[in-house]
Design a binder for this molecule. Sequence first.
Ligand SMILES: [Zn+2]
Length: 314
Amino acid sequence: MKHYSIYISIFIYFSVQQVHALEWPNIQPKKIGTHTYVIEHGPHDEDPKVSHGFHNNPGFVITDTGVVVIDTGSSYEIGKMILRKIKSVTSKPVTHIFTTHFHGDHWFANQALVEAYPDVRTIAHPKLISLLNNGEDKFWLDVFSKRLGKDFAGTKAVIPNTVAENKDYIIGGMTFQVTLFDKAHTATDLMVNVIEEKILFTGDIINNKHFSFMGHGNFKGAYEATQKALAMQPVYVVVGHGRSGKIHLLEEFEAVYHKIRSEVGKYSEQGLMDYEMKPKVVAAFDKYKHWSGFDAQIGRYVNQVYTELENEAF
Ligand SMILES: [Zn+2]
């Protein structure tokens, strides 16, 4: 009888391990171009107990000389997963990482890649590098360790080491067109357009059916950045959150920005205060209310657009 209970304990132990292994983000890279992959976790999941903090879209491009990564993820563990997935399709080293902006869910996982490839160039907006080097890293460490708990264990802030420029980076025979934005989703954004593939990585300026956090942003700048992205006419778009897809994702988001701008503009002209117009704008967005982040962000968008219009008026 005693033997049975030992077997049952062993069985339970391995079952629990199995469940954990299945629950842990373990996403197969999706091939989206001749040389380009995305490790896509969509739809966006706000609950870190479900997502373990993995709710964005790290991408990578295999060039002649090495692998170029665009965005990683929220933690050291996620970085190790990304590394395993890259190694499952190529033996080439990671040579460059572009970080689209300073929110921790896009760069904390750099740690695992830098540990594996110490010479990697980690490239980001100059403001991102100065903010993180001047104490902002502590803020993000605090936010993510509280949000992710044990899933954040072992994570350190490995700050990007190379200032990004507005230019074409030619790496291993491929062209990475980088566009910097000083005022968009944050003050630290960049987009990466992989010219030969016609694939655009937008960061959180564009999402798929997800209203991203507006608290660090500038509405006018984000709207203009979206129009700039559309003008690039990519064949495929990797957004910050939610599934990647074709150019309709840009068109859809542009329409949302346009609608918010015109609704708030209309009520501003009628002399309404932001809190007075909010229920009217929410009602006008009925067909978007199933988008994730709607309840948390729509009020922020209204306040932001209202404030920007007020400032423009002076
Ligand atoms: Zn963000």
